[in-house]
Design a protein around this ligand. Structure first.
Ligand code: BTN
Length: 262
């Protein structure tokens, strides 16, 4: 189902935000909501602008993967933020966006969804959503593009996603309205973003950890050609994943792909 003007007006009417959702643009089909925002950076585009798409022809995932964007059943959106922060702090915004996303999903899910570092959302041990944040810092055309994909009303997935992906409708056993989830995510993102700008990542470390089920579990982290196996300890004050390796050494990783071993 395509987003109508009434749909975007309804979302806007539900927002109680200072930045996020300043503008909402909805499209039937777009290459990638992230790329669309990137293409608009050179223009006079307002912070908080949201691009929504009913489907994407080239939806992008992390690590150069594609994001499966079946028409009418998922949430595919991007938000433009313009934080006046040193670039080393920018990846932390992805963590707070993940928290906003898992909280929004949990408002509509029967089973509890969890975060997997850095920003995957899992439901019943399958991936239900993810975040791709892209930081563009080019003189006047700078901005952080936060893209979120959530599987909402998919009834199935093609190979090879079949065994690793799920949707809210599959797990709930009933379809779910996308609009209130979008509004909930945008409201939470705005609230978290304001708190992050004021106080940094520290206030989010406990809520983030409480919304994840990976801690104290055995994990493997793959980063390029390297693989680390150990126990997930915590997220440190910089948002890095701290892993106690089997050798007894503790390392803090700022990127990587985590697999739970049990
Ligand atoms: C991941 O790999 O987990 C991140 C997936 C992010 C997908 C979303 S869908 C909306 C936005 N536009 C894109 O092209 N990707 C993100």
């Amino acid at each position: 189902m395509t987003y109508s003007t009434e749909d975007t007006q309804w979302i806007q009417s539900q927002l109680n935000t200072s930045v996020v959702g300043s503008q909402i643009e909805a499209y039937d089909s777009i290459d990638s909501t992230n790329d669309h925002l990137k293409g608009s950076l050179a223009g006079d585009i307002a912070e908080g602008t949201v691009i929504l798409a009913d489907t994407q022809t080239h939806g992008k995932g992390r690590l150069g993967r594609d994001w499966y964007s079946e028409k009418g059943v998922g949430i595919y959106l991007s938000v433009l933020l313009k934080p006046a922060l040193p670039s080393k702090l920018i990846p932390q915004i992805t963590l707070i966006a993940g928290l906003a996303a898992v909280e929004a999903v949990n408002g509509f899910s029967q089973a509890r969804a969890f975060l997997k570092w850095p920003n995957d959302i899992f439901l019943n041990h399958k991936k239900v959503g993810g975040i791709l944040s892209e930081n563009h810092q080019e003189e006047e055309h700078s901005g952080v593009i936060l893209g979120i994909g959530l599987n909402i009303n998919h009834t199935g997935f093609p190979e090879p996603l079949k065994t690793i992906a799920t949707s809210l409708a599959i797990e709930n056993g009933a379809p779910v309205d996308r609009l209130p989830i979008i509004a909930s995510f945008l409201n939470r993102l705005d609230r978290h973003y304001q708190a992050f700008l004021a106080s940094g990542l520290q206030p989010f470390l406990i809520p983030w950890t409480q919304n994840s089920e990976m801690f104290d579990k055995r994990i493997t982290v793959t980063r390029g050609p390297q693989t680390y196996t150990g126990t997930a300890q915590k997220i440190d004050s910089e948002g890095r994943l701290v892993v106690l390796l089997e050798s007894g050494e503790e390392i803090a990783l700022d990127s990587g792909e985590v697999t739970l071993k049990e």
